[in-house]
Design a protein around this ligand. Structure first.
Ligand SMILES: NC(=O)c1ccc[n+]([C@@H]2O[C@H](COP(=O)([O-])OP(=O)(O)OC[C@H]3O[C@@H](n4cnc5c(N)ncnc54)[C@H](OP(=O)(O)O)[C@@H]3O)[C@@H](O)[C@H]2O)c1
Length: 250
């Protein structure tokens, strides 16, 4: 039986992915920073399959990440696949520069992901394991009002691309997951209409297939939205800014 550790597994995409892996007979460890929320999620998932364990782990605290990974490795099972999915999302309501928002998102999305990778590396070397980071296509290119969140997601995409090369020598596979709009607690904060909005179960199916079938570096969905975003990524700035002007008068 294989083991997956999912950060941010108490809600949204992480919870749905946990469900999917449990149905497919993996041992699943979920973690998140809020103990009560985590216990509730664990209780719900136990109804599907008993092979679920919730471990409180605030990824902004390196020591908590280290303890959680050591506990899993020594007391539960070696981690075959780590899904680094936990993130904070607080969209800027305007184009104001809010340093507190930048700091929060850097701490959770960037430093948190780095702490997980640092401690995973110590045990995963030469075991043919897999680390997947849930980023976002918002990181493909700068977008109006998305500076803080987009910056952290761009960094995750860039980081995973570097580690794709650097971790080959350790026999660790790296993937990045770029979902379009998925209906979760996070996206409920959005006040705009989200095109091609999909459910978290849809995202879980795509992530499960992407991570368990043939190895791919980038797992992205839904196809049409992401293809459009990939084209926008390479357009000259003049055309790109013209499109934003038409869309939202930015
Ligand atoms: N939803 C979308 O449309 C969408 C699109 C593209 C990418 N994504 C990415 O998908 C991932 C999951 O997002 P989601 O929409 O499912 O969000 P969500 O429902 O808000 O879930 C976020 C998860 O992260 C956990 N978390 C937050 N801060 C944490 C911390 N400091 N330490 C540990 N866990 C923490 C939360 O649990 P606690 O509160 O208990 O800590 C929760 O389990 C994120 O990386 C997000 O950027 C989402």
């Amino acid at each position: 039986m294989k083991t997956i550790w999912i950060t941010g597994g108490s809600s949204g995409i992480g919870f749905a992915v946990a469900k999917k892996f449990l149905i497919n007979n993996w041992k699943v460890i979920i973690s998140s920073s809020n103990k009560e929320k985590l216990k509730l999620a664990e209780k719900k998932l136990k109804k599907i399959n008993k092979n679920i364990i919730g471990i409180k782990c605030d990824i902004t605290k390196s020591i908590e990440v280290k303890k959680a990974i050591n506990f899993i490795e020594k007391k539960i099972a070696p981690i075959d696949l780590a899904l680094l999915n936990a993130a904070a999302y607080s969209p800027n309501k305007s184009q104001e520069f809010d340093i507190k928002n930048y700091e929060l998102l850097i701490d959770v999305n960037l430093k948190g992901t780095l702490y997980c990778i640092e401690h995973l590396l110590k045990c995963m070397k030469n075991r043919n394991n897999h680390i997947a980071v849930v980023a976002s296509p918002v990181g493909y290119r700068g977008m109006p009002t998305a500076g803080a969140y987009g910056m952290t997601k761009a960094a995750q995409i860039n980081l995973t691309e570097s580690l794709f090369f650097d971790f080959k020598k350790y026999n660790i596979k790296i993937s990045v997951i770029n979902p379009g709009f998925i209906d979760t607690e996070s996206t409920k904060k959005n006040s705009f209409k989200m095109p091609f909005l999909k459910s978290s179960n849809y995202a879980a199916d795509k992530i499960y297939n992407g991570l368990t079938k043939k190895y791919t570096f980038e797992i992205y969905f839904p196809f049409i939205l992401l293809t459009v975003l990939k084209i926008l990524r390479i357009l000259p700035l003049k055309i790109y800014s013209f499109i934003w002007k038409k869309l939202g008068n930015f």
